[in-house]
Design a protein around this ligand. Structure first.
Ligand SMILES: *[C@@H]1O[C@H](CO)[C@@H](O)[C@H](O)[C@H]1NC(C)=O
Ligand SMILES: *[C@@H]1O[C@H](CO)[C@@H](O)[C@H](O)[C@H]1NC(C)=O
Ligand SMILES: *[C@@H]1O[C@H](CO)[C@@H](O)[C@H](O)[C@H]1NC(C)=O
Ligand SMILES: *[C@@H]1O[C@H](CO)[C@@H](O)[C@H](O)[C@H]1NC(C)=O
Ligand SMILES: *[C@@H]1O[C@H](CO)[C@@H](O)[C@H](O)[C@H]1NC(C)=O
Ligand SMILES: *[C@@H]1O[C@H](CO)[C@@H](O)[C@H](O)[C@H]1NC(C)=O
Ligand SMILES: *[C@@H]1O[C@H](CO)[C@@H](O)[C@H](O)[C@H]1NC(C)=O
Length: 560
C-alpha cells in the first residue's frame, strides 16, 4: 500500500520515526533534516519545493551575513536554503495567483527585531516565481519586493488572503498594529491584489461585528464565485461582484474560532455535478471575549466542537450542525486528503493562540497540553461516526503556535515549526520544532501524461498503471490546491472531484476538468488519482489560461 508520512522537522535536533498500519495504507512519522527557520508560514510552490517564512527574530539560518527569515525547502534532499526578503514576513498570509506567481502579504516589524532596523512589512507584498528550475532544486528562485511601488492600501497584520474566481487575491481584515492578544487595532475591510476599486479598501460590517477575536478570518471561494467567511462566532457570504454581505447563522454554543481563539475551518470536497459547498469548522474556545487576556488561563479547555453547514438555501435554513471531536483543540490544522477525508492534527488541549498574554503562561505559551493524536474525519460517514484515529501514529513534537503544515504531491504531510516565544529560545517549553515529511509509495497507482495546463471543462486522457490488487470500482480523481498555511488555517485549500472513466483495459483514464473558474479558482493545482483508497503521486497542472489576474470567466456555467 502507499504510505502516508508525516515529515516532522525540528529546528535543532530531535529525530523520531513511527510506522503503523492503517486501512488506507501505512502512516509513518519521519524526521529527516533540520529547517533553519521556524516554519510560521508554509506553502508548496512546486512539486519538490516548499517555501517557509518566519519573522526577523533570531532564526539560525543566515544570508548575506545576517539572519534569514525565508527558506526554500527541497522535499527530495531534505535540505533548505535561505532567500532574501526586504520586509518582515511576520504573521502574514498568501496564495498562488492565476498566473502561478505566489503572492504573500503583510506582516509587521516587531520591536525586538534583530535585522534589519526597518523593513516594516505591514503593507508588504512579495511575489515568488513561478520558479521552474530544470533540476527542481530551486537555485535562482527569488522573492520579489519593491516596497516603494508594490504595497497594500493599508497596514494589515494577521490578515487572510484567498484566491478568488478571477485569479486575484482577496485580502481580508487583520490589525493595523501590534496587538497583544485581542484585535485592538482592527482593519475591518477587504482589499484585492491586483487592486480593484482604484485601490480603495471595502469596509466590512461583518468584520466590525466580529472584533475582537477576528484575526486571520477563514474565507472560502464558493463554486458560484461568492466568498464564505467565518470569523469569531459569525459567518457571512460576501458577493465580491455586488459588494454585499449576507448574514448566515452564528456558530452555536458561544464558540469562537478565529485568532486569538483559533479553531480552524475547511471547505469540504466539492463533487460534480452540483458542487454543493459545505463548510466544516472545528475547535477554538467558548470563553467570553469580554474576559481580559490576563484573566484567561493556559489551562482553559479548548472546544471539541465541530460545526458543519451546507451553503444552499435549505442548508442555511437548517443552520450549523454540531458534532464533537474526540478531543478539544486550540489551533488545530485540517488537511484535505486526496481521497476526500480530512486530517485533523496539531494544536493544544487547553489555552489560546498568541504568546505571553494569559495569566498563567507556560514559558511564553498561552496554550498547554499539546494534542498529539491526529484524527481523520470522513465527511461521507454518518453523523456520530465520522472521526477515527485508528492506525494513525501519535506525534512526538508539540505543534501549536507558529507552526506550519501542508500536504505534498507525494501524499505525505509536511509539518514544521511551533514557537510561542518572542524569538528563538533554546530549551524553552514548546520551542521551535520543525518537521517535514519524506515518504513513499510501493503499490500505489501511477499516472503519466498529465498535461501541464488544463482548460476548464476539458476532457483529459492520461495513462495509468494500477496494481491489480486494487479495486478499480472505487476510483476518485481530485484536483487540489494545497493552500497557504498560517495560524491554523490553509487559505485557498481546495479539493474538487472530477468525473472520470477508466478504459476497459484499465490503462488509460479520461477525466473532465472542473467546469469553470468559479468551481476551481484559476491557478496551480495537483491531480491525484485514488484507487481503492490508495493514492498516486499528484501531478502539477496550471488550471485555466494562466493569464495574469484578473482573468475572464472560462469554461461553462453550472446548470442553474
Ligand atoms: C533523509 O533524506 C535523504 C534525502 O532524501 C535521504 O537520502 C536519507 O536516506 C534520509 N535519511 C533517513 C534517515 O531517512
Ligand atoms: C458572539 O460573540 C459575541 C462576543 O464576541 C457575543 O456578544 C455574542 O453573544 C455571540 N453570539 C452568539 C450567537 O453566541
Ligand atoms: C480580572 O482579574 C482581576 C484580578 O483578579 C479582577 O479584579 C477582575 O474582576 C477580573 N476581570 C474579569 C472581567 O473577570
Ligand atoms: C465550554 O467548552 C468546554 C470545553 O469543551 C466545555 O467543557 C464547557 O461545557 C463549555 N461551556 C459551555 C457553556 O458550553
Ligand atoms: C539544552 O538542553 C540540552 C539537553 O538537556 C543541554 O545539553 C543544553 O546545554 C541545553 N542548552 C541550553 C542553552 O540550556
Ligand atoms: C467529455 O466527456 C463526457 C463523457 O464522455 C462527455 O459527456 C462530454 O460531452 C465531454 N466534454 C467535452 C467538452 O468534450
Ligand atoms: C502574475 O501577475 C501578477 C499580478 O498582475 C504580476 O505582478 C506578476 O508579475 C505576474 N507573474 C508573471 C510571472 O507574469
Amino acid at each position: 500500500m502507499r504510505s502516508f508520512t508525516f515529515l516532522t522537522f525540528l529546528l535543532l535536533s530531535i529525530s523520531s520515526l513511527f510506522v503503523l498500519a492503517a486501512s488506507t495504507g501505512e502512516w509513518t512519522i519521519v524526521q529527516n533534516g533540520t529547517t533553519g527557520i521556524t516554519a510560521l508560514e508554509v506553502i508548496l510552490v512546486s512539486p519538490t519545493l516548499i517555501l517557509m517564512m518566519d519573522r526577523v527574530l533570531g532564526d539560525p539560518l543566515q544570508i548575506d551575513g545576517h539572519q534569514a527569515w525565508v527558506e526554500l525547502w527541497n522535499l527530495e534532499t531534505n535540505t533548505g536554503f535561505a532567500l532574501n526578503a526586504i520586509t518582515d514576513t511576520f504573521c502574514a498570509s498568501g496564495a498562488i495567483l492565476s498566473n502561478g506567481t505566489m503572492h504573500r502579504r503583510s506582516a509587521l516589524n516587531f520591536p525586538k527585531r534583530t535585522y534589519p532596523p526597518d523593513g516594516d512589512g505591514r503593507q508588504g507584498l512579495r511575489l515568488f516565481g513561478p520558479c521552474d528550475a530544470p533540476d527542481g532544486v530551486g537555485e535562482g528562485c527569488t522573492l520579489f519586493e519593491d516596497p516603494a511601488t508594490l504595497h497594500l492600501a493599508v497596514n494589515r497584520w494577521y490578515p487572510s488572503s484567498l484566491r478568488i474566481f478571477d485569479g486575484s487575491l482577496m485580502i481580508i481584515g487583520g490589525t493595523n498594529n501590534a496587538t497583544p492578544f485581542y484585535n485592538m487595532f482592527p482593519e475591518n475591510s477587504f482589499e484585492f491584489f491586483p487592486k480593484k476599486d482604484n485601490g480603495q479598501v471595502r469596509p466590512s460590517p461583518f468584520l466590525e461585528r466580529t472584533v475582537p477575536s477576528n484575526l486571520f478570518p477563514r474565507g472560502f471561494a464558493l463554486p458560484d464565485g461568492k466568498v464564505f467567511i467565518v470569523a469569531n462566532n459569525q459567518s457571512i457570504i460576501y458577493d465580491v461582484e455586488a459588494k454585499t454581505e449576507t448574514i448566515l447563522p452564528s456558530l452555536p454554543n458561544g464558540v469562537h474560532v478565529t485568532n486569538p481563539k483559533d479553531g480552524t475551518a475547511t471547505l469540504l470536497p466539492l463533487s460534480p455535478p452540483d458542487y454543493i459547498p459545505e463548510v466544516l469548522v472545528c475547535g477554538g474556545s467558548n470563553t467570553s471575549d469580554s474576559i481580559p487576556s490576563a484573566n484567561l488561563s493556559s489551562q482553559d479547555p479548548a472546544s471539541d466542537q465541530c460545526t458543519r453547514i451546507t451553503l444552499t438555501p435549505e442548508g442555511i435554513e437548517q443552520g450549523w450542525i454540531v458534532e464533537r471531536m474526540p478531543e478539544g483543540r486550540m489551533m488545530p490544522e485540517m488537511i484535505l486528503m486526496p481521497n476526500g477525508q480530512i486530517l485533523i492534527t496539531d494544536g493544544a488541549g487547553t489555552g489560546y493562540a498568541a504568546l505571553d498574554s494569559v495569566g498563567d503562561t507556560i514559558g511564553n505559551s498561552n496554550a498547554d497540553h499539546p494534542v498529539l493524536t491526529p484524527v481523520l474525519y470522513d465527511p461521507n460517514a454518518a453523523l456520530g461516526d465520522r472521526f477515527s484515529s485508528e492506525g494513525l501514529p501519535n506525534a512526538e513534537i508539540a505543534r501549536m503556535y507558529h507552526s506550519g503544515i501542508t500536504l505534498t504531491p507525494s501524499g505525505s504531510i509536511f509539518l514544521a515549526g511551533s514557537n510561542p516565544n518572542p524569538g528563538v529560545v533554546e530549551n524553552a517549553t514548546f520551542n521551535t520544532p520543525i518537521p517535514q515529511p519524506s515518504f513513499h509509495s510501493t503499490l500505489s497507482p501511477t499516472v503519466s501524461g498529465v498535461p501541464k495546463q488544463l482548460a476548464f471543462n476539458q476532457n483529459v486522457t492520461v495513462d495509468v498503471d494500477i496494481p491489480t490488487d486494487l479495486d478499480t470500482s472505487n476510483l476518485q480523481v481530485a484536483l487540489m490546491d494545497m493552500g497557504f498555511s498560517s495560524h491554523a488555517f490553509h487559505s485557498s485549500s481546495r479539493l474538487v472531484f472530477m468525473d472520470a472513466e477508466l478504459s476497459s483495459n484499465k490503462k488509460s483514464l479520461t477525466f473532465t476538468a472542473p467546469p469553470n473558474n468559479r468551481v476551481f479558482p484559476p491557478g496551480i493545482g495537483y491531480v491525484f488519482v485514488t484507487v481503492d483508497d490508495v493514492t498516486s503521486v499528484g501531478a502539477q497542472v496550471m488550471m485555466g489560461n494562466g493569464a495574469n489576474p484578473p482573468v475572464e470567466d472560462q469554461g461553462v456555467p453550472l446548470a442553474a
